[in-house]
Ligand binder design. Structure first.
Ligand SMILES: [Zn+2]
Length: 237
C-alpha cells in the first residue's frame, strides 16, 4: 500500500510539462508528464488519500468546482488555478497545524510588573466558516500579569494561529483570550476584535460597512468595570 503525501504541482511557465514530486513509502519519485494528458485523478489514485485534506486533493477538488461552476478548467487562465488555490488554502488555513507549545516556547518570563499590558491593532485575516469568504480586521489584547509576562511578538502569533482557520469571529475572540489565560495564568485577559466580513459585503444584505465588534473577558476584567474602561480607553487613543 502506498500513501502519497505532499504532492506538489510544479508546472513550468514555458515548457509544456508538469513535474510532480511524489513522496511515497518507496521513496521519492519524479514524473514528467505532458500537461495535456495529465489528470489530477491519476495523481491521486491511492484511495486513502481522499480522506486526507492536503495540497493535491484541494487542487483536484478545485478543478471539479471549476467544472461545476460551468467553467472550462483547461482554458488558459484556469489551468494553474487548482494549484494556486491549493497553495492559498495551505497558507490561509495554516493555523490548524500551529503547535501552541512550540509557539510560546521560551517566551514566557517571570516579572514583577503588575500593570495592564495592552497590544492593540493586531491585523488579522481569517475565513468565515459559513461561506469560506474572508473577514479581516484588528484584534486588541490586554492582560494583567500575575508574575509572568509573554514576549510581545507572541500575542500577534496567537491571534494568527486562530485567525488562519475557518472561523466565526465570536469563537476566535474567545479562543485568543482563553489561550492567553491558560499560557500565562494572569489576573485577567481582555480581547476586543473588530472585523469586516466579505460575506456580508458581497452578498445577502450587501452592507458595505458590515463591521462587527466582539469581546471576551476573563478574570478581573469580568468583574471590574473600571479595568474594562481603562482598556477600552487605550483603544480609542
Ligand atoms: Zn460568512
Amino acid at each position: 500500500m502506498i500513501v502519497y503525501r505532499g504532492v506538489r504541482f510544479e508546472a513550468a511557465e514555458e515548457s509544456e510539462t508538469i513535474t510532480t514530486n511524489i513522496t511515497s513509502s518507496k521513496g521519492y519519485l519524479t514524473m514528467n508528464t505532458p500537461i495535456e494528458t495529465i489528470r489530477f485523478a491519476e495523481l491521486l489514485e491511492a484511495e486513502e488519500t481522499r480522506n486526507k485534506p492536503y495540497n493535491g486533493q484541494i487542487a483536484y477538488l478545485t478543478r471539479d468546482l471549476l467544472a461545476a461552476i460551468g467553467e472550462d478548467p483547461d482554458r488558459e487562465g484556469l489551468q494553474r488555478t487548482p494549484e494556486r488555490v491549493a497553495r492559498m488554502y495551505e497558507e490561509l488555513l495554516a493555523g490548524y497545524k500551529t503547535d501552541l507549545t512550540a509557539l510560546v516556547n521560551g517566551a514566557v518570563f517571570s516579572s514583577e510588573y503588575t500593570d495592564m499590558v495592552v497590544v492593540r491593532d493586531i491585523e488579522f485575516h481569517s475565513l468565515c466558516e459559513h461561506h469560506m469568504l474572508p473577514f479581516t480586521g484588528k484584534a486588541h489584547v490586554a492582560y494583567i500579569p500575575d508574575g509572568k509576562i509573554i514576549g510581545l511578538s507572541k500575542i500577534p502569533r496567537i491571534v494568527e494561529m486562530f485567525a488562519r482557520r475557518l472561523q466565526v469571529q465570536e469563537r476566535m475572540t474567545g479562543q485568543i483570550a482563553r489561550t492567553l489565560q491558560e499560557v500565562l495564568q494572569p489576573k485577567g485577559v481582555a480581547v476586543v476584535v473588530e472585523g469586516i466580513h466579505m460575506c456580508a459585503m458581497m452578498r445577502g444584505v450587501k452592507k458595505s460597512e458590515a463591521s462587527m465588534v466582539t469581546s471576551f473577558m476573563t478574570g478581573v476584567f469580568e468583574n471590574d468595570e473600571s479595568l474594562r474602561k481603562e482598556f477600552l480607553a487605550h483603544l480609542t487613543r
